[in-house]
Ligand binder design. Sequence first.
Ligand code: SF4
Ligand code: SF4
Length: 229
Amino acid sequence: MIIAERKPFEEVKQEVKDCKKLLILGCGTCVAVCMAGGEKEVGLLATELRMANKLAGKDVEIGEATIQRQCDREFIQPIVEKAKQYDAVLSLACGAGVQFVAEMMEPLPVLPGVNTRFIGVTQAEGMWAEKCLACGNCMLADYGGICPVTICAKGLLNGPCGGSNLGKCEASPEKDCAWELIYARLKNLGKLDNLRNFREVRDYRAHTSPGRVVNEAYQKAQPEATHSK
Ligand code: SF4
Ligand code: SF4
């Protein structure tokens, strides 16, 4: 999932300082799980802003809403009319969600309330860890399911740099050395021979920006599906 963190309150206050009617819009998927932008966080931020405005003697109407995903048209569309009643939307979705909402609500200003950090997992309660850089050419099969592109601080594909200390990375001593993890995993899997295969340098052409994926089979199926209705 996409991991995000809420922006510092002072930054949020600055972003919305000219609004008289503000809609805070949460997203019920990734950012809800990482506790940055779900329904609960919308409520907390709305309360904080109301209190700050009251203390500052500012009269601002703050509305709250949360949709299931801000990266899908079908979930954004039903909220568009409601959003038009406000001066601006403060989106608590990842950067993709903010942009898609802005596209669908133009010319309404849509502002970001969180900082998007990475693709990751819930490592422990209240802790999230990056696992994938979306390189476009997944090599996990060769490395026992541990990504050297992401987990190794230097992105080394053909073994460790030699700087690890007691299993920790020399670049980030609080983190495990990716190559110690890869070695241990491959050993457990009985696949240490994988390490004999030399990997060419990473093909950066696989990661194009902005990325675009088209499922042609699905696209071709659309007219038929419409026709058969
Ligand atoms: S190899 Fe690429 S796609 Fe696979 S987990 Fe690593 S960064 Fe992600
Ligand atoms: S110590 Fe391990 S994880 Fe850190 S840069 Fe070197 S090989 Fe990569």
